[in-house]
Write a protein that binds this ligand. Structure first.
Ligand code: BGC
Length: 265
């Protein structure tokens, strides 16, 4: 996969899947904007790893990727717009937007607070909506095509009891993608979803530390392991490349078979 000369912003990339995506894209030669909200040390670590990718390489065709970190809370539209503007200012342009930042809150439906509902929907859906809008405005202003890749979830499709606000946000993301595939296609802008299943990241810390829950989950995964950020990142690298120019409006599941695992004993 060659992403030399491409500038990519990955939201929520100080840890987990976002960090994995940044590293994979940098390996392919992209320049990357690393966004964080509350983990500056994670963003710095990601940046150092990006720099090391170039530094370790002594062959003629080395990726010479540059990284740049920006603090922004995706739940604040003002900060979202600032993030897109700073990215463009730093690298001169943006070619690909990866809407990765996301949060979830565990509670039975009847106990969900307005504050938790707002926190989840603001980051997972409203932030995605307006980051994408600012990116599309930039592409229109500079008369260029571009790619949008959303990190959704198997829960854009699959119920997840006690995480209703999260599922609502991911279901909304699915329709966001279908709608924009139609509306932005004539502008040469593509949009797709990557839907991870259970990936070993900080969002799953509680589950990873609970052997009973973890074993029950593993029973539901035909490939019998949790995914790694790199499993998701390689698909994102493909979708960000020109190999994916004719693909838009689709969801690609990366879940070890979790989504379609129902079977009768
Ligand atoms: C959620 C995880 C969950 C996984 C599989 C993801 O979207 O963020 O908490 O373990 O789906 O259910």
């Amino acid at each position: 996969m060659n992403l030399e000369g491409k500038v990519v912003l990955v939201t929520g990339s100080s840890q987990g899947i976002g960090q994995g995506i940044v590293l994979r894209l940098a390996q392919a030669g992209a320049d990357v904007v690393i966004n964080y909200r509350s983990h500056p040390e994670g963003a710095e670590e990601t940046l150092e790893k990006v720099q090391a990718i170039g530094g370790r390489c002594h062959m003629a065709q080395c990726p010479s990727s540059q990284g740049f970190t920006v603090k922004a809370d995706l739940g604040s539209i003002e900060e979202v717009r600032q993030l897109i503007a700073e990215s463009i200012q730093h690298f001169g342009r943006l070619d690909v937007l990866v809407n990765n930042a996301g949060i979830e809150k565990h509670a039975p439906f009847w106990e969900v607070t307005e504050a938790d509902y707002d926190a989840v929907l603001n980051v997972n859906l409203k932030g995605v909506f307006f980051a994408t809008q600012a990116f599309v405005q930039h592409l229109i202003a500079t008369q260029r095509s571009g790619k949008i890749i959303n990190i959704s979830s198997v829960h854009e499709e699959l119920p997840f009891p006690n995480f209703t606000a999260y599922c609502v946000s991911k279901g909304g993301m699915r329709m966001f993608t279908r709608n924009l595939a139609v509306e932005l296609g004539p502008l040469g802008i593509t949009i797709n979803n990557v839907a991870p299943g259970a990936i070993e990241t900080p969002i799953n810390t509680k589950l990873l530390n609970d052997p009973t829950k973890l074993n029950a989950l593993l029973q539901n995964i035909p490939l019998n392991r949790l995914g790694q950020p790199a499993d998701v990142a390689s698909l994102v690298a493909f979708l960000a490349s020109s190999n994916a120019d004719y693909i838009t409006g689709s969801t690609f599941v990366v879940d070890g078979g979790l989504l379609w695992n129902y079977h009768e004993q």
